[in-house]
Design a protein around this ligand. Structure first.
Ligand SMILES: Nc1nc2c(ncn2[C@@H]2O[C@H](COP(=O)(O)OP(=O)(O)OP(=O)(O)O)[C@@H](O)[C@H]2O)c(=O)[nH]1
Ligand SMILES: [Mg+2]
Length: 605
């Protein structure tokens, strides 16, 4: 077989925030993407609005750089656990990975997940111990921890012999030995070219490609992105698309793209081993095969871990529906969700048995909130429920997903968290203390993780951090009450008044300020006790003939509690909804009318 030795395909994988996207900046800077003296943008690959706002990568994206006559295709991946599917789907596109590990924090939950996926695909890792400039960085300890992890994950001999580099993506250097001069990232380029195999793709064979991503081009529409596994293609050529069920469609290629720097450029042809984009099929999806001959069987795609949580998306049926968004009908929401499924391999959507309600399955609240946030920006209004876990029946028993949970928190905040964990059916499996910080490891039902981060942040004044990783399905762990508080529910519609809110302030924390439009059944605050209290936040100040002493004095309300979309989703109870519209986030009861709500509660017992 004749392969192209001038190409290397790598994915950069790591736990969230360990510096992947920053490292791609360096590679682009030194890989000739920018002109000399031109400074690239920081975290340039995080090009989506939401990525820049949240400061995290959400979608895996590819680019390429050139170094000493070699083309190096680089896939930047997200490190947040909810977007793990993005890492899984690109594994077939690359021939090796750069595993980044923070020199202070060491391997974390998602380091283990992504490394396990890479090893299972037979990919060879290069370990990059990043952020050695940080205070308390301990690259030697981290080196040993990574070796332990490789052993634990059954790396083969070749994978276990992974080369190590140390450096700082932020400061633009990598070294092979800690005592080497800290100059640039040439050592990393050298290591990649020497250690990552050239793609095993036959230049002389017939064209075949597995689609790992879908891109969009304003002129030619949907673009299928993947590694050419054999042969080559050109604009104007005719090829087949083989769907997963084996059905075939033939079309003419309208354009072939190459990805370099921050964009794509038209290329004359897509050759074996290279990562290219191909336009010409309007309906093409991730996981399908493109090929030259009709006889080609569908190529096997990666097995993606199944989603563990599910929530309802419903048409907004509240009294303020349609005031803010343009896209509000059941048909529009359905179409949007089913479109998402085609490009987002780890989300599933289906019709439910209620009309106007869809079940959406995903890996976590963050993934769902990104979808809802994207929809809001497109002009949608939608109601979303609290996530529930997806259970399975095993030997006639109901099983639920369990996860391994890692928590890091200051020593003096320990008590509250232990109690919280045991309420959530978490079982501690390990505990260590280093420099006043406690490292906890526990096994806990996924159900118990929902809303845990809110509690952790509250209990540690923001100093606690947690990460978790799906472990296995086990028999149901028994009841878990995650929200111990009730709500203050508006019993009237109108605009809130400072006068009535002032009177409600000692009933609990308020979520709204004065002058906000509310309706019956909308949640306007939290009751510290576990029941819902109907309240009237729209009472006008009573008019009297006499001026009382307090008159004219402005009422001082405490600032209302503000929840992000993600927090809202985890906060609400099963009988509540988050109402998301382009400019508003409201919490409400599912059943708005108080009398009907009482009745439905009684029916449910
Ligand atoms: N001190 C230090 N900070 C770094 C270094 N590399 C990256 N950072 C910082 O770490 C933070 C996260 O960097 P990113 O490049 O976004 O990390 P990431 O791995 O792409 O994160 P996700 O894609 O969300 O998983 C940013 O604030 C960077 O500036 C480094 O070498 N040293
Ligand atoms: Mg990133």
């Amino acid at each position: 077989m004749k392969v192209n030795n001038d190409i290397r395909n790598i994915a950069i994988i790591a736990h969230v925030d360990h510096g992947k996207t920053t490292l791609v900046d360096c590679l682009m800077q030194e890989g000739g993407v920018y002109r000399e003296n031109q400074q690239g943008q920081e975290r340039a690959m995080d090009s989506m609005d939401l990525e820049r706002e949240k400061g995290i990568t959400i979608k895996a994206k590819n680019t390429s750089v050139h170094w000493k006559g070699k083309t190096i295709n680089i896939v930047d991946t997200p490190g947040h656990a909810d977007f793990g599917g993005e890492v899984e789907r690109v594994m077939k596109m690359v021939d090796g990975v750069l595993l980044l590990v923070d020199a202070k924090d060491g391997p974390q939950a998602q380091t283990r997940f992504v490394l396990r996926k890479a090893l299972a695909h037979g990919l060879k890792p290069i370990v990059v111990v990043n952020k050695i400039d940080r205070d308390f960085a301990d690259p030697e300890r981290v080196h040993d921890q990574v070796l332990e992890l490789l052993l634990e994950l059954d790396a083969d001999e070749d994978q276990f012999d992974a080369p190590f580099l140390y450096g700082s993506a932020k400061n633009g250097f990598m070294v092979k030995n800690l005592e080497d001069a800290q100059e640039n990232i040439t050592p990393l380029f050298e290591t990649v070219v020497e250690n990552i195999p050239a793609p095993q793709a036959d230049i002389e064979g017939e064209f075949r490609m597995l689609i790992s991503n879908i891109d969009w081009d304003n002129y030619v529409g949907r673009v299928a992105v993947g590694k050419v596994l054999s042969g080559q293609v050109e604009t104007g050529g005719k090829i087949f698309r083989v769907k997963k069920d084996g059905a075939r469609e033939r079309a003419k290629i309208t354009k072939v793209f190459e990805y370099t720097g921050l964009g794509s450029s038209e290329s004359a042809q897509g050759e074996a081993g290279n990562i290219v984009g191909i336009a010409g099929f309007d309906e093409v999806n991730i996981g399908e095969t493109l090929c030259f001959t009709q006889e080609q069987e569908p190529l096997p795609f990666v097995e993606i871990d199944p989603p563990t949580i599910q929530m309802e998306f419903a048409v907004n049926d509240g009294p303020l529906a349609g005031r803010d968004g343009k896209l509000v009908t059941s048909r529009q929401i359905r179409e949007r969700l089913f479109r998402e499924v085609k490009t987002n391999v780890s989300i599933q959507a289906e019709d439910s048995d209620k009309s106007g309600v869809f079940n959406v399955s995903a890996r976590g609240a963050m993934q769902i909130s990104v979808l809802v946030e994207t929809m809001r920006r497109e002009g949608f209004e939608v109601l979303v429920s609290r996530p529930t876990v997806i259970t399975r029946e095993v030997d006639g028993k109901i099983h639920e997903p369990f996860e391994t949970l890692w928590i890091e928190l200051p020593e003096d905040c320990m008590g509250g968290i232990m109690e919280n964990l045991s309420n959530r059916r978490g079982q501690m499996t390990n505990m260590e203390t280093r420099n006043g910080t406690i490292f906890l490891e526990a096994e806990i039902p996924t159900r118990g993780i929902i809303g845990l981060e809110i509690d952790l942040v509250n209990a540690t004044s923001g100093h606690g951090i947690m990460s978790h990783l799906f472990k296995e399905y086990r028999p149901m762990a028994g009841e878990i009450t995650t929200r111990l508080t009730g709500t203050l529910v508006s019993m009237a519609a109108g605009k809130t008044t400072a006068y009535s809110l002032a009177a409600l302030e000692d009933r609990g924390k308020l979520f709204v300020t004065a002058g906000v439009e509310v309706y019956e059944g909308m949640i306007i605050g939290e009751n510290p006790r576990a029941s819902d209290i109907p309240v009237n936040p729209v009472k006008p100040k009573q008019l009297t003939n006499f001026r009382s002493q307090g008159d004219g004095k402005a009422i001082q309300l405490s600032p209302p509690v503000h929840f992000s979309l993600e927090r809202s989703i985890e906060y609400i109870a099963p009988d509540e909804f988050v109402e998301a519209t382009p400019s508003f986030l409201r919490l409400r009861k599912r059943v708005l009318n108080a009398t009907l709500r009482k009745r439905s509660e009684r029916v449910r017992g």
